[in-house]
Design a protein around this ligand. Structure first.
Ligand code: PEP
Length: 248
């Protein structure tokens, strides 16, 4: 890890009704005092206001899973970053591989979304990661470097932008890269950032993809890993808190 305070973010994806979302938020809140890492909950859009109310005044942050690049306008079904800020969000995930794959989002759009987030006062969590075929072809590092260059917003700084390395083939599969492979990507990200930013060490570089209580101590102890983005395990308060404690 670098000196930055670790961030452990839960991406609830398209899961939860009001009752279970609220129960999950309350259970995480109950265990959050023992956590030193920064905790963040990213519920589906339908639950942001409710979860925001539940964690209001606590140390847990509120985030969203996506935003539109524009601050308002005729974009049916989309949500603008200022609307998320209005609900109390501090962060928004952009460029998650599920959005890249299911909605055809390419780097330029991810960058525009991250810029929309910054303009609204939100901190974007910019997701990157190679597919299995790209890793098999030995292209993981070049793919991630290209995505970083294409997706980083203008005006980025270590205090405002978080990068999440999430190999597509590790998301929801129970498979994780070898520790050395995670370090190789995170080291590359840090070096790339250092070419452009004096505060490169202040960017938090999260790892995401099948993080669980059993594998998190090793992952979170790797060089240049400053926290984690958690999908499946963030839906169980006990597991999410166990991971957060390991990052503390
Ligand atoms: C994710 O989709 O961001 C993620 C990390 O999912 P999981 O933890 O379920 O692999």
């Amino acid at each position: 890890m670098t000196e930055a305070r670790p961030l452990v973010a839960g991406n609830w994806k398209m899961n939860g009704r009001r009752e279970d979302g609220l129960a999950l938020a309350h259970a995480i809140l109950a265990g959050a005092r023992e956590v030193r890492a920064e905790l963040l909950l990213c519920p589906p859009a339908t639950l942001i206001a409710l979860v925001g109310e539940a964690i209001r005044g606590s140390t847990i942050g509120l985030g969203a899973q996506d935003c539109h690049p524009a601050p308002s306008g005729a974009h049916t079904g989309d949500i603008a970053a200022p609307m998320l800020a209005d609900l109390g969000c501090r962060y928004v995930i952009v460029g998650h591989s599920e959005r890249r794959a299911e909605h055809g989002e390419a780097d330029a759009l991810v960058k525009a979304k991250a810029e929309g987030a910054l303009a609204a006062g939100l901190n974007p969590i910019v997701c990157l990661g190679e597919s299995e075929a790209e890793r098999d072809r030995g292209e993981a590092l070049s793919v991630v470097a290209r995505q970083l260059a294409g997706s980083l917003p203008a005006g980025a700084s270590g205090a405002r932008v978080v990068i999440a390395y999430e190999p597509v083939w590790a998301i929801g599969t129970g498979r994780i890269p070898k520790p050395g492979d995670i370090e190789a990507v995170h080291g590359l990200l840090r070096r790339e950032l250092a070419r452009h930013f004096a505060d490169a060490n202040a960017f938090r570089l999260l790892y995401g993809g099948s993080v669980k209580p059993s594998n998190c101590p090793e992952i979170l102890g790797l060089d240049n890993v400053d926290g984690a983005l958690i999908g499946g395990a963030s839906l169980k308060a006990e597991d999410f808190l166990a991971i957060a404690k390991a990052a503390s």
